[in-house]
Design a protein around this ligand. Structure first.
Ligand SMILES: *Cc1c(COP(=O)(O)O)cnc(C)c1O
Length: 230
């Protein structure tokens, strides 16, 4: 069943790429495995999926320990500074950098481990009161500011678009994030390598791809509904 879901999502990614004249190789599917057991993840490994997304540091750590070491773990959820230590040597990328204090703390932990952590800056593109992330108009200056940290490298932008019935309603937000991304890329800021646009989830990943996403984060569409009570 997981395989069928995965194949369906992969087909929809290919079709969205075709519609927008993009190469499917440019789009990384991140399977969002939060709340799901390692056994389900193992089923996807046979389908050559290696990118997984988690939103809780301890859960990412535990799954890292339980599974083959060549998987790529993406930290996609809100991250508290005191929990960076659980994932610093396990995550391949942190998608949710949204404050100077957090960026600085990641930089310090990364330095301890002698690594440079790729990070994405989370943008609250629709300016929702309930969401984390930088306001779009603050984002460029923020990136300029954190570019001085030598143990993180800003590698792009991430957003969690509003929850909507009709994915088309989010097209404008994806377009706006893409424009912001291009503006920042054109500034060629030292130690900033704008090459990832992480946007689109189960409900809207096709529209996100049409608007330029290079990473889509799909949970429910692959693993089914989540049960937070278990
Ligand atoms: C849970 C989550 C997703 C996946 O959501 P689905 O709607 O299940 O695809 C994507 N991004 C983030 C940041 C998440 O927390």
């Amino acid at each position: 069943m997981l395989r069928d879901n995965l194949h369906e999502v992969q087909k929809r990614i290919r079709l969205a790429c075709e519609r927008s004249g993009r190469n499917p190789q440019e789009v990384t599917l991140i399977a969002v495995s939060k709340t799901k057991p390692p056994a389900m993840i193992e089923e996807l490994l046979t389908e050559r999926i290696i990118d997984f997304g988690e939103n809780k540091p301890q859960e990412l750590r535990d799954k890292y320990e339980a599974l083959p070491k060549d998987l790529r773990w993406h930290m996609i959820g809100h991250l508290q500074r005191n929990k960076i230590k659980y994932i610093i040597d396990k995550a391949c990328m942190i998608h949710s950098v949204e404050s100077l204090r957090l960026a600085e703390a990641i930089d310090q932990e990364a330095e301890k481990h002698g690594i440079v952590m790729p990070v994405l800056v989370e943008v609250n593109i629709a300016k929702e009161a309930s969401k984390f992330g930088l306001m779009p108009e603050e984002t460029t200056e923020f990136i300029q500011e954190i570019s001085r940290f030598s143990h993180i490298q800003v590698s792009g932008l991430m957003t969690i678009a509003p929850f909507v019935e009709n994915a088309e309603e989010n097209r404008i937000h994806f377009k706006n994030l893409k424009n912001l991304y291009v503006d920042i890329k054109e500034k060629n800021i030292d130690n900033v390598n704008m090459c990832n646009l992480s946007m689109g989830m189960t409900g809207d990943f096709e529209v996100a791809i049409e608007e330029g996403a290079t990473m889509v984060r799909v949970g429910t569409g692959i693993f089914g509904e989540r049960n937070y009570n278990i």
